[in-house]
Design a protein around this ligand. Structure first.
Ligand SMILES: Cc1cc2nc3c(=O)[nH]c(=O)nc-3n(C[C@H](O)[C@H](O)[C@H](O)COP(=O)(O)OP(=O)(O)OC[C@H]3O[C@@H](n4cnc5c(N)ncnc54)[C@H](O)[C@@H]3O)c2cc1C
Length: 361
């Protein structure tokens, strides 16, 4: 019998848990360890931020759904991963041992990299969690009462641009519906070298299409932009040229702002330095497996993926939903491979966890 622990219950963790449970024989135990008692569908957060959805629409409690599938659940924050002892240390002082660990902890949101940013003591909003989106909605309601300029976008080093574009167009529509759009000048601020780069060097005609949409919705933009500081109602942005020289220093007044932060790996993951890249993301091989600790796998935003190209301002590569679910499937397949079992850190070789013959990867 082996114990497979999935750390995190987001878009990476839930499919990983379901797939591993489905694939493995009943003699193996599957446990999800996660900080929250509920699943949140993060892609819907921009809708919460303008009141088109609420928390109940986009969250559900984990326990009944996992229980129904025969998956154990521990709702505790993990403070430390001890990979040499195959053990997780929990916030309540207890610990959980594992034979195999799948890390799907998403990102630590690095508001601290830009002074004055973020919803916790800063002046910009976020849609990265449902809590943040609710906070953003409260700020949006103040904008409706007292309209003025809006700044939407992403901080240098962010690796998630789709939601910034989505949010700016959602806000544009919401304000039009309220007949307030003409009172709200909108500026889109992004470290991308051009509109529609998306951290991917563009996707098809994303540059042309998104520029056209921004123009036709009367949304101005600044690319190659590094936000250096935010004060109450004022954002300071350096604009770079392609040689990496600052060509303009912008001061952007705002009444409401949503800026996606850069990401890092969460502390308990990043603290296992030999497992991670310098930003604290888990290094993986083609089987989603960490090269140092071969009984540790990772999927989702927690994995290390290098930027696709060098840009004047740092732009990370995105990890999106379909890609993340594919990583979870690949992890499950890799777990079914006998080679994965041969390389257990303990040197032991438990019986194959695969209910059926191992699938080809
Ligand atoms: C606003 C936004 C919108 C997006 N929209 C789209 C979209 O439309 N389409 C798309 O394809 N992608 C989208 N993405 C990208 C991606 O799909 C999401 O970021 C996705 O939620 C990432 O899944 P994940 O499982 O890697 O991380 P998360 O969903 O962040 O899950 C992380 C899990 O780990 C847990 N955790 C973290 N630290 C600990 C700890 N120390 N102890 C215990 N548990 C811990 C958390 O509680 C959580 O359960 C969006 C991203 C954002 C931020």
């Amino acid at each position: 019998m082996a114990h497979i622990v999935i750390l995190g219950a987001g878009i990476g963790g839930m499919p990983a848990a379901y797939e591993v449970r489905q694939e493995l024989g009943k003699e193996h135990k599957v446990t999800v360890v996660t900080a929250d008692t509920y699943f949140q569908f993060i892609p819907s957060n921009p809708w919460v931020a303008v009141g088109w959805r609420n928390r109940d629409d986009i969250t559900f409690p984990l326990a009944p759904y996992l229980e129904r599938k025969g998956i154990d659940l521990i709702t505790q924050r993990v403070d430390k991963i001890n990979p040499k002892e195959n053990r997780l240390e929990l916030a309540n002082g207890e610990s959980v041992t594992y034979d195999y660990l799948i890390i799907t902890t998403g990102a630590k949101l690095m508001f601290s990299e830009v002074e004055g940013s973020g919803p916790h003591g800063g002046y910009t909003q976020s849609v990265c969690t449902v809590d943040h989106a609710e906070h953003a909605y409260e700020d949006y309601k103040k904008l409706l009462d007292n309209p003025g300029p809006v700044v939407i976008g992403a901080m240098a080093g962010a690796s998630c641009y789709g939601p910034a574009y989505e949010h700016v167009f959602i806000l544009d529509t919401a304000l039009r519906k309220k007949k307030l759009r003409q009172k709200v000048p909108i500026t889109f601020v992004t470290p991308e070298p051009y509109i529609g780069h998306l951290g991917l060097g563009g996707v098809g005609d994303s540059n042309g299409m998104l520029e056209s949409e921004l123009r036709s919705h009367d949304i101005k933009w600044i690319t190659n932009a590094k936000t250096t500081k935010v004060e109450d109602g004022m954002m300071y942005v350096d604009e770079y040229d392609r040689n990496g020289e600052v060509i303009h220093k912008h001061e952007l007044p705002f009444k409401h702002s949503m800026m996606l932060p850069a990401f890092k790996g969460v502390d308990c993951v990043a603290n296992v330095e030999e497992m991670c890249n310098p930003r604290g993301f888990v290094k993986i091989d083609e089987f989603q497996r960490n090269p140092v600790y071969k009984n540790i796998f990772s999927a989702g935003v927690a994995v290390a993926i290098p930027p696709v190209e060098k840009t004047p301002v740092a732009v990370g590569a995105p990890k999106t939903g379909y890609m993340i679910e594919s990583m979870a499937s690949q992890t499950t397949r890799a777990l079914g491979r006998p080679s994965a079992w041969l390389t257990l850190a303990t040197g032991a070789r438990p019986s194959s966890p695969c209910r059926k013959s191992p699938r080809a990867t």
